[in-house]
Structure formats: C-alpha cells, structure tokens
Design a protein around this ligand. Structure first.
Ligand code: BTN
Length: 265
C-alpha cells in the first residue's frame, strides 16, 4: 500500500486540538518507532511524570497484548498509544478505567462497533482493537491498539479468540487516524473528568449504563478462560456496578473480574 494511504500523524496538530490549559492531556508525543508505548509510559510514570502524557507510536517493535500476547501492526496502519493517568481515587475504582477507554473507543469508531467484555472492540464479531491496562504505583497506564487500514494479509494469524479485522476491512465510518485519535482522547477526557469528580464512582456519571449498552457480551452464551487456567461456561447476564461480568452457570451466579471471554452463541 503506498504511503499516501497511510499518512503520518502530526504531533503539533494533535497537540493544538487536545492540549488545553486545565485539561487532562498535557503532552502528546508521536514516536516514529518504539518497543511498546505501554512500557514507555510505565517507565515515565515510575520516573514521576505527571498525569496527561500520551505516547503514540507509528510503529511498535514489541507491542504487548493482554495475557502475555503480542500486539502486531504494520507502520501507520493503526493507532498504538498509551495514556498516563494518576486518578487519585481509591484503587478499587481503577477497574473502570479500561472499560471507560472501551466506551470512548466505541464512541470514536461509531456505528457497528461494540465491546466484548472487558474491552475488545468488535465489528461484526471480529476484533478491531484491544486495550491493555497496567498499574505503575499510583499511576494507571492505558494502552490502546486499533487496526485502522490493515489489509487482510497483514492481520495477525487467528487465535482461539475472535478473528482480527481492521476498520477498513469492516467498512467503518472513518479510517482517518488523526480524527479517530482526536475523538478517542477527547471522549475519554470527558468521561474521566466527570468520573474522577465523582470519586471514581461509575453510577453518578452513567458510565455503567453506557458500557452495558455497548457490550455485546451481555445476553450471550460465553466460555471464560480465567487467569487461574480454569474455564467456565454460562450465560452473561450483565456487567455489575464494579465492572464485573455476571455469569449464570449451572452451579449458580458468578462474578468475573478478569478473564478471556469467548462468545459461544
Ligand atoms: C489486547 O487486546 O490484548 C490488548 C492490546 C493492547 C495493545 C496496545 S498497542 C499500544 C499499547 N502498547 C502496548 O505495548 N500495548 C498496547
């Protein structure tokens, strides 16, 4: 694919749109290449960098996925970025942050996009994006990987999860990376500012309601691979006030805080 179809991001233009006095975003760095933006931002957090740093990479050489997987994307074919947050709310509230990023991402991508709990972005049952949250002391690093113009022959091989896709392949509304990034970060900022003002409570800002509306897992038969290695099958009933997935199994109701979900039917 010629370069013209994958224009580089313009850090100055993004900064003009996203960085304002008193706003959440303080600095937007666009790196031509790095290992992992999550690793870079976690490192910055440990060095004491304040909240509001966003690192975007045009190419990642060691992109990290959930559960020790990799995130692979050709240069400028997608968005790979990490945000540095220091919420200052009680740590038990931080589990809402990756879900909030999922909501903001779903809103940015637009019609056809849904979430698979906890925060894979699906279009038509195929995965377009994933989110990786990592804690570094009192900071939370939120990493987002979104396939934008990736062609079928460039997608990673299918795993046991949903097949990969990109916005281009799925016929999404836009494949303009700068517009998507602006919408994602702008939308996330609005949710985050309200949520933090509510001391990290999801209910007063209706974050849970919005999440549930976008969550395609609710109502599905699911198999969950738990971090312990155990597996669980049941019907996904809802996502509760703590962001946990509520499953009805033959042995009763279970609340799941972490795991890999497979939509069975
Ligand atoms: C997943 O679905 O497994 C989560 C993927 C998260 C990938 C993003 S790409 C930007 C950021 N930096 C990383 O190393 N990983 C996240």
């Amino acid at each position: 694919m010629p370069d013209l179809d994958r224009p580089p991001l313009d850090a100055d233009a993004l900064t003009r749109v996203l960085v304002h006095p008193g706003g959440l975003w303080r600095r937007i760095d666009v790196l031509p290449e790095t290992g992992s933006t999550n690793a870079d931002v976690a490192h910055a957090a440990r060095r004491g960098e304040p909240e509001g740093l966003v690192v975007v990479a045009e190419r990642q050489l060691a992109g990290r996925g959930r559960r020790d997987r990799q995130w692979v994307s050709p240069p400028r074919a997608g968005l790979t970025l990490s945000m540095l947050l220091r919420p200052g709310t009680a740590p038990h509230t931080w589990s809402w942050l990756p879900l909030m990023a999922g909501v903001a991402l779903c809103e940015a991508v637009g019609s056809g996009a849904v979430l698979k709990w906890p925060n894979d972005l699906l279009i038509g049952d195929a995965k377009c994006a994933g989110i990786l949250a990592e804690v570094a002391g009192d900071a939370v690093v939120l990493g987002v990987g979104l396939n934008v113009t990736t062609r079928a022959d460039e997608l990673p091989p299918a795993t046991s999860g949903p097949p990969p896709t990109s916005l281009l392949l799925a016929g999404a509304e836009t494949t303009d990376r700068a517009a998507l990034l602006g919408a994602l970060l702008g939308g996330f900022e609005r949710w985050y500012v309200d949520w933090r003002a509510a001391a990290g409570e999801a209910r007063p800002v209706r974050l849970g309601d919005s999440y549930r509306k976008m969550c395609a897992t609710i109502g599905r038969r699911v198999t969950i691979h738990l971090p312990s290695g155990d597996q669980l099958t049941g019907d996904a009933v809802t996502v509760d006030g703590a962001g946990q997935l509520v499953i009805r199994t033959d042995d009763g109701e279970r609340r799941i805080s972490a795991g890999d979900v497979l939509h069975v039917r």
